[in-house]
Design a protein around this ligand. Structure first.
Ligand SMILES: [Zn+2]
Length: 288
Protein backbone atom coordinates (compact mmCIF):
# COMPACT_ATOMS: atom_id res chain seq x y z
CA UNK A 1 0.00 0.00 0.00
CA UNK A 2 2.94 2.31 0.82
CA UNK A 3 4.21 1.89 -2.75
CA UNK A 4 0.77 2.85 -4.12
CA UNK A 5 0.75 6.03 -2.05
CA UNK A 6 4.32 6.86 -3.11
CA UNK A 7 3.34 6.41 -6.74
CA UNK A 8 0.27 8.64 -6.32
CA UNK A 9 2.32 11.27 -4.49
CA UNK A 10 4.94 11.22 -7.24
CA UNK A 11 2.28 11.75 -9.86
CA UNK A 12 0.61 14.57 -7.90
CA UNK A 13 4.02 16.13 -7.31
CA UNK A 14 4.95 15.96 -10.99
CA UNK A 15 1.47 16.88 -12.09
CA UNK A 16 -0.43 14.46 -14.24
CA UNK A 17 1.45 15.03 -17.49
CA UNK A 18 -1.14 13.20 -19.50
CA UNK A 19 -4.26 11.08 -19.24
CA UNK A 20 -2.19 7.91 -19.54
CA UNK A 21 -0.43 8.50 -16.22
CA UNK A 22 -3.69 9.31 -14.47
CA UNK A 23 -5.31 6.10 -15.78
CA UNK A 24 -2.27 4.09 -14.66
CA UNK A 25 -2.72 5.33 -11.07
CA UNK A 26 -6.46 4.57 -11.14
CA UNK A 27 -5.66 1.08 -12.44
CA UNK A 28 -3.12 0.42 -9.66
CA UNK A 29 -5.58 1.52 -6.94
CA UNK A 30 -8.38 -0.55 -8.49
CA UNK A 31 -6.17 -3.63 -8.73
CA UNK A 32 -5.11 -3.20 -5.09
CA UNK A 33 -8.73 -3.00 -3.88
CA UNK A 34 -9.82 -6.03 -5.92
CA UNK A 35 -6.83 -8.12 -4.83
CA UNK A 36 -7.26 -7.27 -1.13
CA UNK A 37 -10.97 -8.18 -1.32
CA UNK A 38 -10.07 -11.48 -2.99
CA UNK A 39 -7.41 -12.17 -0.36
CA UNK A 40 -9.87 -11.40 2.45
CA UNK A 41 -12.42 -13.76 0.94
CA UNK A 42 -9.82 -16.51 0.59
CA UNK A 43 -8.71 -16.05 4.20
CA UNK A 44 -12.09 -15.63 5.86
CA UNK A 45 -14.62 -17.04 3.40
CA UNK A 46 -17.70 -15.04 2.38
CA UNK A 47 -17.94 -11.60 3.98
CA UNK A 48 -21.39 -12.29 5.40
CA UNK A 49 -21.76 -15.37 7.54
CA UNK A 50 -24.57 -17.49 6.22
CA UNK A 51 -25.98 -19.59 8.98
CA UNK A 52 -28.04 -22.68 8.41
CA UNK A 53 -31.18 -22.15 10.41
CA UNK A 54 -32.31 -24.88 12.75
CA UNK A 55 -35.60 -24.64 10.83
CA UNK A 56 -33.82 -26.22 7.85
CA UNK A 57 -33.53 -29.48 9.70
CA UNK A 58 -36.33 -31.97 10.07
CA UNK A 59 -36.27 -32.84 13.74
CA UNK A 60 -38.17 -35.68 15.35
CA UNK A 61 -39.82 -33.87 18.28
CA UNK A 62 -40.53 -37.12 20.12
CA UNK A 63 -37.18 -36.76 21.91
CA UNK A 64 -37.86 -33.26 23.27
CA UNK A 65 -39.22 -34.31 26.67
CA UNK A 66 -36.30 -36.65 27.20
CA UNK A 67 -33.79 -33.94 26.20
CA UNK A 68 -35.41 -31.42 28.57
CA UNK A 69 -35.36 -33.99 31.38
CA UNK A 70 -31.69 -34.93 30.95
CA UNK A 71 -30.49 -31.34 30.59
CA UNK A 72 -32.53 -30.10 33.57
CA UNK A 73 -31.01 -32.82 35.71
CA UNK A 74 -27.38 -32.83 34.63
CA UNK A 75 -26.50 -29.73 32.63
CA UNK A 76 -25.99 -26.52 34.70
CA UNK A 77 -25.31 -24.33 31.63
CA UNK A 78 -28.81 -25.14 30.31
CA UNK A 79 -30.46 -24.77 33.71
CA UNK A 80 -29.16 -21.22 34.12
CA UNK A 81 -30.48 -20.00 30.72
CA UNK A 82 -33.55 -17.76 30.34
CA UNK A 83 -36.67 -19.59 29.14
CA UNK A 84 -36.40 -18.32 25.54
CA UNK A 85 -32.75 -19.33 25.27
CA UNK A 86 -33.53 -22.75 26.74
CA UNK A 87 -35.76 -23.36 23.71
CA UNK A 88 -33.07 -22.35 21.19
CA UNK A 89 -30.55 -24.46 23.09
CA UNK A 90 -32.76 -27.55 22.86
CA UNK A 91 -33.27 -26.98 19.12
CA UNK A 92 -29.52 -26.95 18.61
CA UNK A 93 -29.13 -30.12 20.69
CA UNK A 94 -31.79 -31.79 18.54
CA UNK A 95 -30.04 -30.74 15.32
CA UNK A 96 -26.71 -32.01 16.61
CA UNK A 97 -28.23 -35.37 17.59
CA UNK A 98 -29.78 -35.58 14.16
CA UNK A 99 -26.78 -34.74 11.98
CA UNK A 100 -24.07 -36.69 13.84
CA UNK A 101 -23.61 -40.40 14.01
CA UNK A 102 -23.07 -41.57 17.59
CA UNK A 103 -21.10 -44.82 17.57
CA UNK A 104 -20.68 -46.71 20.88
CA UNK A 105 -17.59 -48.95 21.08
CA UNK A 106 -17.37 -51.85 23.55
CA UNK A 107 -20.58 -50.63 25.18
CA UNK A 108 -24.30 -50.24 24.49
CA UNK A 109 -25.60 -47.00 23.04
CA UNK A 110 -27.07 -44.64 25.62
CA UNK A 111 -29.47 -41.89 24.51
CA UNK A 112 -28.93 -39.81 27.67
CA UNK A 113 -25.18 -39.76 27.12
CA UNK A 114 -25.67 -38.76 23.48
CA UNK A 115 -27.86 -35.88 24.66
CA UNK A 116 -25.16 -34.68 27.09
CA UNK A 117 -22.50 -34.91 24.37
CA UNK A 118 -24.69 -32.91 21.97
CA UNK A 119 -25.35 -30.39 24.76
CA UNK A 120 -21.61 -29.88 25.30
CA UNK A 121 -21.24 -29.05 21.60
CA UNK A 122 -24.26 -26.73 21.77
CA UNK A 123 -22.84 -24.96 24.85
CA UNK A 124 -19.57 -24.29 23.08
CA UNK A 125 -21.14 -23.01 19.87
CA UNK A 126 -24.20 -21.29 21.35
CA UNK A 127 -22.96 -17.82 20.36
CA UNK A 128 -22.01 -18.85 16.82
CA UNK A 129 -24.24 -18.91 13.77
CA UNK A 130 -22.49 -21.91 12.28
CA UNK A 131 -22.77 -24.32 15.15
CA UNK A 132 -22.88 -27.72 13.48
CA UNK A 133 -19.09 -28.44 13.40
CA UNK A 134 -19.74 -29.87 9.94
CA UNK A 135 -16.32 -31.36 9.22
CA UNK A 136 -16.81 -33.99 11.93
CA UNK A 137 -19.74 -36.31 11.30
CA UNK A 138 -19.11 -39.19 13.71
CA UNK A 139 -18.69 -39.36 17.47
CA UNK A 140 -17.03 -42.50 18.77
CA UNK A 141 -17.86 -43.30 22.38
CA UNK A 142 -15.76 -45.60 24.57
CA UNK A 143 -16.71 -46.56 28.14
CA UNK A 144 -13.26 -45.64 29.52
CA UNK A 145 -9.81 -44.70 28.26
CA UNK A 146 -9.01 -46.42 24.98
CA UNK A 147 -5.85 -47.35 23.09
CA UNK A 148 -5.20 -44.90 20.28
CA UNK A 149 -3.44 -46.71 17.43
CA UNK A 150 -2.44 -43.33 15.94
CA UNK A 151 -0.62 -42.06 19.01
CA UNK A 152 0.12 -45.53 20.41
CA UNK A 153 -1.02 -44.74 23.92
CA UNK A 154 -4.16 -44.70 26.07
CA UNK A 155 -6.41 -41.68 25.65
CA UNK A 156 -9.50 -40.08 27.19
CA UNK A 157 -10.45 -38.30 23.99
CA UNK A 158 -9.18 -36.90 20.69
CA UNK A 159 -10.27 -35.60 17.32
CA UNK A 160 -9.27 -37.29 14.09
CA UNK A 161 -9.34 -34.79 11.21
CA UNK A 162 -8.75 -37.35 8.45
CA UNK A 163 -11.44 -39.77 9.66
CA UNK A 164 -13.75 -36.85 10.64
CA UNK A 165 -14.10 -38.36 14.11
CA UNK A 166 -14.51 -36.99 17.60
CA UNK A 167 -13.61 -39.66 20.19
CA UNK A 168 -14.63 -39.55 23.85
CA UNK A 169 -14.32 -41.75 26.92
CA UNK A 170 -17.69 -41.71 28.72
CA UNK A 171 -16.08 -41.98 32.13
CA UNK A 172 -13.93 -38.87 31.67
CA UNK A 173 -16.69 -37.05 29.80
CA UNK A 174 -19.15 -37.51 32.67
CA UNK A 175 -16.53 -36.56 35.28
CA UNK A 176 -16.04 -33.32 33.34
CA UNK A 177 -19.74 -32.52 33.54
CA UNK A 178 -20.17 -33.61 37.18
CA UNK A 179 -17.71 -31.01 38.46
CA UNK A 180 -18.72 -27.93 36.50
CA UNK A 181 -16.29 -25.53 38.23
CA UNK A 182 -12.88 -27.23 38.25
CA UNK A 183 -11.73 -26.15 34.77
CA UNK A 184 -11.53 -29.74 33.52
CA UNK A 185 -14.11 -30.84 30.98
CA UNK A 186 -13.26 -33.43 28.34
CA UNK A 187 -16.34 -32.70 26.20
CA UNK A 188 -15.60 -28.98 25.97
CA UNK A 189 -11.91 -29.74 25.39
CA UNK A 190 -12.45 -32.04 22.41
CA UNK A 191 -15.24 -29.96 20.90
CA UNK A 192 -12.98 -26.90 21.17
CA UNK A 193 -10.42 -28.75 19.02
CA UNK A 194 -13.17 -29.80 16.60
CA UNK A 195 -14.69 -26.32 16.32
CA UNK A 196 -11.29 -24.76 15.85
CA UNK A 197 -10.34 -27.18 13.06
CA UNK A 198 -13.80 -26.98 11.46
CA UNK A 199 -13.70 -23.17 11.34
CA UNK A 200 -10.45 -23.20 9.38
CA UNK A 201 -11.35 -26.14 7.11
CA UNK A 202 -14.90 -25.16 6.17
CA UNK A 203 -14.25 -21.39 6.35
CA UNK A 204 -17.87 -20.87 7.35
CA UNK A 205 -17.17 -18.89 10.50
CA UNK A 206 -15.81 -15.49 9.57
CA UNK A 207 -16.01 -14.13 13.11
CA UNK A 208 -14.39 -17.17 14.68
CA UNK A 209 -11.33 -17.11 12.41
CA UNK A 210 -11.03 -13.33 12.66
CA UNK A 211 -11.15 -13.19 16.44
CA UNK A 212 -9.07 -16.34 16.81
CA UNK A 213 -6.11 -14.38 15.42
CA UNK A 214 -6.59 -11.74 18.11
CA UNK A 215 -6.92 -14.47 20.74
CA UNK A 216 -3.65 -16.01 19.48
CA UNK A 217 -1.75 -12.81 20.30
CA UNK A 218 -2.70 -12.92 24.00
CA UNK A 219 -2.50 -16.72 24.13
CA UNK A 220 1.13 -16.76 22.97
CA UNK A 221 2.07 -14.20 25.63
CA UNK A 222 0.40 -16.38 28.27
CA UNK A 223 2.11 -19.55 26.99
CA UNK A 224 5.48 -17.85 27.44
CA UNK A 225 4.54 -17.03 31.05
CA UNK A 226 3.42 -20.61 31.72
CA UNK A 227 6.70 -21.97 30.32
CA UNK A 228 8.68 -19.50 32.44
CA UNK A 229 6.76 -20.60 35.55
CA UNK A 230 5.23 -17.12 35.95
CA UNK A 231 1.60 -18.14 35.53
CA UNK A 232 -0.28 -21.14 36.88
CA UNK A 233 -3.98 -20.41 36.38
CA UNK A 234 -4.11 -22.77 33.40
CA UNK A 235 -2.65 -26.25 33.80
CA UNK A 236 0.83 -26.73 32.34
CA UNK A 237 -0.55 -28.89 29.51
CA UNK A 238 -1.99 -25.70 27.96
CA UNK A 239 1.46 -24.61 26.82
CA UNK A 240 1.99 -27.82 24.76
CA UNK A 241 0.95 -25.97 21.61
CA UNK A 242 -1.58 -23.38 20.43
CA UNK A 243 -4.34 -25.98 19.86
CA UNK A 244 -4.06 -27.37 23.40
CA UNK A 245 -3.89 -23.80 24.73
CA UNK A 246 -7.19 -23.08 23.01
CA UNK A 247 -8.83 -26.26 24.34
CA UNK A 248 -7.65 -25.69 27.94
CA UNK A 249 -8.62 -21.99 27.77
CA UNK A 250 -12.07 -23.14 26.62
CA UNK A 251 -12.53 -25.49 29.60
CA UNK A 252 -11.61 -22.70 32.03
CA UNK A 253 -13.55 -20.02 30.16
CA UNK A 254 -16.79 -21.95 30.68
CA UNK A 255 -16.10 -23.50 34.08
CA UNK A 256 -14.20 -20.73 35.90
CA UNK A 257 -15.06 -17.49 34.05
CA UNK A 258 -14.74 -15.07 36.99
CA UNK A 259 -11.32 -16.39 38.04
CA UNK A 260 -10.21 -16.50 34.38
CA UNK A 261 -11.19 -12.85 33.85
CA UNK A 262 -9.45 -11.77 37.02
CA UNK A 263 -6.24 -13.66 36.21
CA UNK A 264 -6.03 -12.80 32.48
CA UNK A 265 -8.54 -10.07 31.49
CA UNK A 266 -7.33 -9.58 27.90
CA UNK A 267 -7.22 -13.28 27.15
CA UNK A 268 -10.69 -13.68 28.68
CA UNK A 269 -12.09 -10.86 26.54
CA UNK A 270 -10.59 -12.40 23.40
CA UNK A 271 -12.34 -15.70 24.28
CA UNK A 272 -15.63 -13.78 24.59
CA UNK A 273 -15.11 -12.47 21.06
CA UNK A 274 -14.09 -15.86 19.61
CA UNK A 275 -17.11 -17.66 21.04
CA UNK A 276 -19.47 -14.66 20.82
CA UNK A 277 -20.70 -15.38 24.33
CA UNK A 278 -19.87 -14.45 27.89
CA UNK A 279 -20.28 -17.19 30.54
CA UNK A 280 -20.30 -14.47 33.23
CA UNK A 281 -23.89 -13.82 32.14
CA UNK A 282 -25.31 -17.33 32.72
CA UNK A 283 -28.96 -16.30 32.10
CA UNK A 284 -28.04 -14.80 28.77
CA UNK A 285 -24.46 -15.64 27.75
CA UNK A 286 -25.16 -14.13 24.34
CA UNK A 287 -25.02 -10.72 26.00
CA UNK A 288 -21.32 -9.96 25.58
ZN1 LIG B 1 -6.33 -31.60 23.46
Amino acid sequence: MKIVFQLIWLKIDEGFSNLENFLAVVFVIGAYVVLSLLFRRLMYGPIQEKAISVKNYVIPSKNRTQIEGVLSKYFPYYLALDTGLKKSFILRVEVFLEIKQFIPRHMNGNADINILIAASAAQLSFGLKNFEILHFDKILIYPDSYFSSIREQYHQGEVNVKMKLIILSVKSFLLGIQDANDGINLGLHEFAHALNIDAFITRRSLFFTKFYKEWQFFAELEMEKINAGQSNFLRKYASTNLQEMFAVCTENFFERPAQFKEAMPELYQSMVMVYRQNPLNPKNPLQL
